[in-house]
Design a protein around this ligand. Structure first.
Ligand SMILES: Cc1cc2nc3c(=O)[nH]c(=O)nc-3n(C[C@H](O)[C@H](O)[C@H](O)COP(=O)(O)OP(=O)(O)OC[C@H]3O[C@@H](n4cnc5c(N)ncnc54)[C@H](O)[C@@H]3O)c2cc1C
Length: 448
């Protein structure tokens, strides 16, 4: 039986392992953490995630989409919390099916691992960290995290699904002429919890992604199945305001009271959580190439970590797995043919979603509070309704359709520019001529 070794059994690793095991390969996975099905692991980052069409499509390929979907909470739109005054909902989609879904990272990983361990030709070693990979001898150095013992294992074909700080990528960088960049955002993030109300109900509308846009920074909240919400504060590491200023419970409380007044009563453990939970960094990783012959390949965050503002890191990594499985079938499992083709197909697209995600930070933290932005979304939905074959909004191209990210970036930017320009001049949709807006978008796209 042909064999493949995966380093990293997170979201992409577990899904890819399952796809390859089902294709008859002997799959070995090394995962540095404990088995999430048994041990409660302190995540340190994003307890829940927004799942959308690309992720769902990939899960369909292994028959897990339905099982996952039953464990999600649909979010119909952005619920904007202004500094004062009522909240407003800006729908994501035009139809009731066009939603994104909040899913637990752990729950999703558990479902994937459960399916994987049912495959007789898949083995997963938890608590086993890869600390080196020798490309010349094709051996991995693996440390057993429970005993500290290190050993070398032969691994003729390796796929690095070991996340943003990939050990496999590091080994490749040390041995070849690999281009690499990591671009940190000046903002970091911190997770906080809105627990369920005393009667066990949600404290906010559950079918929405809540946003407190505040110009240079923002807070968001996604619902969880236990009726809590996980909030994420995105704030500069340094500055006014910045994490470096929030050094005492009094400073934190003052900051929240001033900037998120309606959230303060919902965060009973604010003081405690703010100082207990880590401040995470946000990074975009780009590298090239992602492979060496038919020997080693990077996938998921290991190849292209992105910032989380389009909710696409996991979706994109799952799309990687689906594309890879398709290529595996097309090329009859010939790694030498699959690896370069995979890189060729995915590199430009992952660069595009990296850019879309960076752009979306500006939209979420600044523009979403602007009433003209809400108008633009309404206009986009009207255009989608009236010209379904010719117009899809940028958000819908990324989240509801599997339009290649490159196209979503190119077309989306042009559409956004034209529509925002139109909407910024008016106060209501009635003042706009939808046919004229459509013609302007078409003209701008044709001229590009
Ligand atoms: C705050 C935040 C919010 C996010 N929100 C969303 C969202 O809403 N929607 C979305 O689609 N994406 C989101 N993402 C992105 C998403 O989390 C990642 O893109 C996704 O987890 C990538 O999957 P992966 O399997 O490539 O990497 P990971 O999930 O990081 O998995 C890597 C695995 O490799 C293991 N590992 C690492 N190093 C080693 C080693 N040396 N040896 C062995 N094992 C190792 C790790 O323990 C881990 O299990 C968010 C990210 C952040 C930080």
């Amino acid at each position: 039986m042909r064999a493949v070794t995966l380093v990293g059994g997170g979201l992409a690793g577990a899904l890819l392992a399952l796809m390859l095991a089902r294709r008859g390969l002997q799959v070995t996975v090394y995962e540095r953490r404990a088995d999430v099905r048994i041990e409660r692991i302190e995540e340190g980052r994003s307890i829940n995630l927004a799942l959308s069409v690309r992720g769902i499509h990939a899960l369909e390929q292994v028959g897990l989409a339905n099982a996952v979907l039953t464990q999600t909470i649909p979010m119909r739109g952005r619920c904007i919390h202004p500094l004062s005054g009522p909240t407003s909902l800006i729908p994501y989609g035009r139809t009731p099916e066009q939603v994104i879904r909040s899913v637990s990272r752990r729950g999703l990983n558990v479902l994937l691992l459960e399916a994987l361990t049912r495959e007789p030709n898949a083995v997963i070693h938890f608590h086993h960290r890869c600390v080196g990979y020798d490309l010349r001898t094709r051996t991995l150095t693996i440390r057993d995290e429970s005993t500290g013992r290190e050993g070398r294992v032969e691994a003729p074909v390796v796929i690095g699904t070991d996340g943003a700080a990939s050990a496999i990528r590091l080994a490749m960088m040390q041995s070849l002429r690999m281009n690499y960049s990591q671009e940190f955002l000046e903002h970091g993030y911190k997770e906080l919890t809105i627990p369920p109300a005393a009667n066990g109900s949600f404290r906010l509308e559950p079918h929405a992604l809540h946003i407190w846009p505040r110009g240079g920074f923002m807070m968001i909240a996604l619902p969880n199945l236990d009726r809590s919400f996980t909030c994420t504060l995105f704030l500069a590491h340094q500055g006014t305001p910045g994490f470096d200023q929030l050094t005492s419970p009094a400073a934190v409380r003052e900051f929240f009271t001033q900037t998120f007044p309606d959230a303060v009563p919902l965060l009973p453990h604010l003081d405690d959580e703010f100082f207990r939970n880590p401040t995470g960094a946000l990074v975009t990783v780009r590298c090239t190439p992602w492979y060496v012959n038919g020997q080693v390949l990077l996938m998921g965050d290991a190849a292209h970590a992105i910032v989380p503002f389009f909710g696409q890191g996991m979706n994109c990594s799952f799309e990687d797995c689906a594309v890879f499985a398709e290529l595996f079938d097309t090329f009859g499992g010939q790694w030498e043919a699959i690896f370069p083709r995979f890189f060729e197909l995915r590199k430009a697209n992952t660069d595009a979603i990296a850019q879309l995600a960076l752009d979306n930070f500006i939209e979420m933290r600044d523009t979403s509070a602007d009433p003209h932005f809400a108008l633009k979304r309404q206009l986009e939905h009207l255009l989608e309704e009236r010209y379904p074959e010719q117009f899809i909004s940028k958000y819908a191209m990324v989240s509801f359709h599997r339009v290649p990210y490159v196209q979503a970036l190119q077309r989306g930017r042009i559409q956004d520019r034209v529509l925002m320009e139109l909407c910024s001049r008016v106060n209501s949709l009635e003042e706009l001529d939808v046919a004229d807006a459509f013609a302007r978008v078409q003209a701008a796209l044709a001229a590009s």
